[in-house]
Write a protein that binds this ligand. Sequence first.
Ligand code: MG
Length: 152
Amino acid sequence: MRIGLGKDSHRLIEGRPLLLGGVVIPSEKGEDGHSDGDVLIHAIADAILGALGMEDIGHLWPDTDPQLKGMDSAIIARKVGELASGRIENIDTVVTLERPKLGPYKGRIRKNLASLLSIGEESITIKAKTAEGLDAAGRGEAIEAEAIVLLR
Ligand code: MG
C-alpha cells in the first residue's frame, strides 16, 4: 500500500465558471487560475502523484507554460488515472467553500471523477465544509480542496 496527500486552493472571482471534479457548479464566482482552476482535480492529482513517488502537478504542468493557459483539468485527471493504472483503492476528499452548498452536486462530481480516473464511484468520497467566515474561504474569496489516496 502507498498513501498520498494533496491540497489546492484558488481565488474565487466573478466571470469564471466554478469547476469541481470537471463538473460546472452554478455559482456567482468561479476559480481564477492559469488552468481552469479545478481545485478538486488538482488536489486529487497531487495525492495520486505523491503516492506514486512522482513530482507534483506544478512540475508536470507548469503554470508558466503559455500552452497550458486555460487547460482543461480533466486532462490531468485522466493522465494521473493512467499513471495509477488500476491501483487506486480509495480517494477521500474535503472541499471548503462558503457557497453554494455542494450537496446537490456531489453525486455528479463523484460520477465524473470516477469516469475520468477509471475507478468505481464507491472508491471516491467528497465532504463539503464551510469555513465559518474565518479566512479567505470563509469570506467567500477562495475555494480549497484536500485529498488523500490509497494505492494498492
Ligand atoms: Mg490548482
